[in-house]
Write a protein that binds this ligand. Structure first.
Ligand code: GDP
Length: 462
């Protein structure tokens, strides 16, 4: 598919105006970034399933083709392998985002409306930049020194069962004693294990971001530190002293360059959120996700730190879409509530300040629809189910996920009142595999509202 589209685009570079948009795609690990980008590109290449994208509906996207990306040192988003995973004879989910990557999709656009008689075709380059939301969370580290960060983390994790191993390891060391590399390595290893366990248990505040997704920094000194109890006296050459130095190096050599090289250049942004996953885990995970979202969003706010404003140099993100992913787990009758829940989750962040003039929207989407809807009579009631192929064993099943809470606030209030849980019917076994597809020419794989997401994000520029 891509090769054919690429061939179409050859030789069309000159002769008309070109506009380049950088579209950032982020979200915490497993929010759905990889599937989103793969599906967005696949559906823009084919366009048969994009009625909500006005330029596509009007037939003004004359061609779509992949091009070499502009940044030579950034890994290319592996679109072809991911699409093959999703749409091959044995469809499966691709490996998720581990680091920043990029892909350029070029579109040849016919002019619209009044302009149709005036101008010729235009080209729009869509540079899609995929990056882990965990890296945005690191913004919160920049304002802190090692003592403050350590104190906050140790307070937060004191009562977490997942942190028991790390806290035990911490008791065996003296932060004021001379620094030893093997000990530091072991301690950082324990801390990273804690972060992985916390992530698996549904916590969102699992930083520093590179500890979970180290990429080529794995094993380097900038990732070999961990939060420590502050000793009475800070001695040069002590474990505390060296770890504090590495914490500062992480900020200067990892966090800041990411914001400078990637974040600062984004025009439009989509933030993907696995709302359903958090609701299923329970109120604690939802509260934690809310906190993480607030931290992620602080990067887009007018009150962001001075060093970041200086890096941005007056540039701003023009539009931000918050998308609750995996909506195909729910019958469409529950989608409006899912969107409201996401909006509720972001409300405190959105109320406090707007997004420096950015337009924002919230919607519930499924980048790849893996289910079909069915209604079944159960115990004298009609239950709205979704049917899909289960990852485990490949059996087809029609399942009812359970009810969504009305809002995050209602969920927390009811939880305090001792009420039970949400998405507590079949959601736990709802691990669907991508459906087997037989696509017609010109038709991308199925989705829910991916076209509306595209219209909000860049439809105005087409
Ligand atoms: P990333 O870590 O943000 O790149 O997340 P991925 O794109 O790898 O998605 C993580 C997992 O979420 C996938 O392996 C799927 O199991 C699931 N997922 C993502 N998008 C969808 C979707 O649209 N529908 C369904 N049913 N599952 C999805």
């Amino acid at each position: 598919m891509a090769a054919r589209a690429e061939a179409l685009g050859q030789g069309l570079t000159g002769g008309f105006g070109t506009r380049t948009i950088r579209l950032g795609v982020t979200g915490l690990s497993r929010a759905g970034k990889t599937v989103f980008i793969t599906q967005l590109v696949a559906n823009l290449l084919e366009r048969g399933r994009m009625p909500g994208l006005r330029a596509a509906a009007e037939g003004r996207i004359l061609a779509a083709f992949l091009q070499p990306q502009p940044d030579d040192t950034v890994p290319r988003f592996d679109f072809e392998s991911h699409l093959a995973a999703l749409t091959g004879p044995d469809p499966h989910w691709p490996e998720g985002t581990r680091a920043v990557s990029e892909l350029r999709l070029s579109l040849r656009i016919a002019p619209s409306g009044l302009l149709a008689g005036l101008g010729g075709e235009r080209r729009v380059n869509l540079d899609i930049v995929d990056y882990p939301g965990e890296w945005l969370l690191d913004l919160g580290l920049m304002e802190k020194d090692f003592a403050q960060w350590s104190g906050e983390v140790l307070t937060r994790i004191a009562a977490r069962a997942e942190a028991a191993g790390y806290l035990d390891a911490l008791r065996t060391i003296d932060p004021a004693a001379p620094f030893e590399e093997t000990q530091a390595k072991a301690l950082a290893g324990h801390y990273a294990s804690y972060l992985r366990a916390a992530k698996a248990a549904g916590y969102s505040d699992c930083g520093p971001g590179r500890f979970l997704l180290p990429g080529e920094l794995e094993g380097s000194p900038v990732l070999t530190f961990a939060p420590l109890p502050r000793p009475d006296r800070v001695v040069r050459g002590s474990t505390w002293h060296e770890m504090a130095r590495r914490f500062e190096a992480y900020k200067a050599k990892v966090v800041r360059p990411f914001f400078r090289d990637h974040f600062a250049r984004i025009d439009r942004q989509v933030v993907l959120v696995d709302v359903l996953g958090a609701i299923h885990v329970g109120p604690r995970a939802v509260e934690d996700l809310r906190g993480a979202m607030e931290a992620v969003l602080s990067a887009f706010r007018p009150g962001r730190p001075g060093w970041l404003s200086a890096l941005l140099g007056g540039r701003r993100v023009e539009r931000i879409l918050f998308a609750a992913t995996k909506a195909d787990h729910l019958h469409h009758a529950q989608h409006a509530r899912m969107t409201r829940f996401l909006a509720g989750l972001l409300r405190s962040a959105r109320d406090r300040a707007d997004f420096a003039g950015a337009e924002t929207a919230a919607m519930a989407i499924a980048a790849l629809r893996a289910t079909v809807e069915e209604s079944h009579a159960r115990g004298g009631e009609v239950v709205d189910c979704v049917r899909g192929r289960l990852l485990d064993g490949g059996r087809e099943a029609a399942l009812f996920p359970g009810e969504l809470p009305e809002s995050p606030a209602a969920m927390l209030a009811e939880a305090h009142g001792g009420a039970e849980s949400w998405l507590d019917a079949d959601y736990a076994v709802m691990a669907f595999a991508p459906a087997r597809l037989s696509l017609r020419a010109g038709e991308g794989p199925p989705h829910i509202r991916l076209d509306r997401a595209a219209e909000f994000l860049f439809g105005d520029l087409l």
